[in-house]
Design a protein around this ligand. Sequence first.
Ligand code: ZN
Length: 697
Amino acid sequence: MQDGSAQQNPLLEQDGLPPFERIQAEHVVPAIKDLIARLETGLTLLEKDARPDWSTLERLTDLGEPLGFAWGVVNHLMGVRNSPELRKAHSEVQGDVVMISMRAAQSEPLYAALSALRNGPAWAALDAAQQRTVDKKILEARLSGMELKGAQRDRFNTIEQELSELETRFGNNVLDATKAWSMELTDKADVAGLPPSVLGMAAQAARGAGKPDATPENGPWRITLDVPSFSAFMRNAHRRDLREKIYRAFIARAASGETDNTPLMEKILALRTEKARLLGFDTFARLSLATKMAPGVDGVEKLLEELLRASRASAEKDLEELRALARKGIPGAPADGNVALWDVEFLSERLREERFNFTEEELRPYFPLPRVLDGLFALAERLFDVKVLRADGQAPVWHKDVMFFLIQDGDGNQIASFYLDPYSRPENKRGGAWADECVARRTLADGKVRLPVAYLACNQSAPVGNQPSLMTFREVETLFHEFGHGLQHMLTTVGYADVSGLRGIEWDAVELPSQFMENWCYHPETLMEMSRHVDTGAQLPKPLFEKLKAARTFRAGSMMLRQIYFARLDLELHHRFQPGPEQTIVDVQRRIAAHTTVLPPLAEDRFLCGFTHIFAGGYAAGYYSYKWAEVLSADAFSAFEEAGLGDPRTVKATGRRFRDTVLALGGSVHPLEVFTTFRGRSPTTEALLRHSGLVTG
Ligand code: ZN
């Protein structure tokens, strides 16, 4: 006989690591409700005597952490051990969690205390990291309308609500328009060129749409505007007229009829500008950049201009190569060499096959996971003087395949730990790869340090039989990428919870350590060390490595130009564009495209109507971040190249500097300052251009 009420809810156990084995969906609602109620009470008390000194922030952190920790565990389980019960429990309390977080972030008394601290006698006694924490909190509150009064505040709130509705509608229109279009093919000649996996996908789509007898071999096949289907067709289908047809459908998505996003785009842009002005910025781009690393619109445009100058000629050359290939008379190509927009992907793919005749599958046997991990950890030791030790069994896990590791510093002291959940589990784990915090580093009131703990998750194939998991090269890069995020979380030396590890880092700077780590996958010694053929023990053959390296810069100019086109257009729309009779959004698109494309878009191109990144996602006046982070990570890696990759001592010294700056400082120092301290100068585009094979002449 067991008395359930005597059992502690495991989500309320907050000392140490989460007891994953005991946490069940039924624990979520009672634990989260309990923690919200406690936070509510605590906040009310704190608001009554919030003092204009640092203790207010410490108290706020103490109050928020129990809920933050438990909610973090719940969200983590949503990603790695999902179930209908868990989803239901999650959605039952999610709204309340958002509400209480907003209540804390928008509390008038706390804001008043922070402002008084900012302008009062206690300010000078705070260290730089504390000052930055306070400044960031004040800015965040100001940007959520905290300082607006009366009618302005009302207007601000109305705008926020309207924007959120419009953005949701924009995204839904894109989804609906995507769903509304499809092309059913019944003749084998129509699907010539499509590989078996794509035929399988297309037959499955047909079965889902009321053709139960569809088979990969005999069809019918249903091609849709969903990106995997659309882009596989564009890359492979020999039927040029059908490529044109689907291409034209794609660039007209959500641009007419009931799902027309055109009027929504104008409204969204106008409301964003109005919101920016209410908050004291003259354009939305300036508002967006106020919380980012990039120094300002001019700085970003200058960087994009540099990349444009370096990539344009190369993109033109890429196009010439496609024309030459087409003239060779391959099936599906325009024999006159007159390459159209719907030929580009197709011909690129043929060129790739011609040049680098290796497949991902060929590389797999060379990268068994245990060997790759050994290589990765040896690299971490060489660069950062840390040891990674396997510690399975020392922490409860959510699945038997999850591994647990400890990180020790050079003197053998434990400084962090992490979980690695490497394999794909489509039945209950979400796709993709990610790194997240489980516990953030913090110096506690008694002076003791709470050590950071990270989650790393990938989605590679599980071991089969007694063979270890064999990784594609892309999966190896992904593992390095996530480990880079993990290192920034785990090697932080900051003790203030708001700015330790991954916290408080500007949004356009967070990909620096992750992309930096990816560079090492192309470093011959590092790569050779971690490649061992699973059967023969042989290293990756040199010719394969050379192809791998060459493939990295394949059509790099064209791809860069495309990103610049999107980034420039995004900035132009959010910085200079004024909706009105003189110019439309399409005029702006045409003007930017004239400089940033080598094959101009069709007059009827309305791709912006489907550009959810900037109209329904978080990338508004922020699309440049992709390139920004690449510039930073390549430039950081080039510090190692300059110091000499062959000399272990200089590698170690440079690695130490990277650890003490980029990895240690977290969000406690502005990222530009962090970078400059590491690099001894401001970032430049030189390394990215060189790594991309686009050196300026
Ligand atoms: Zn990342």
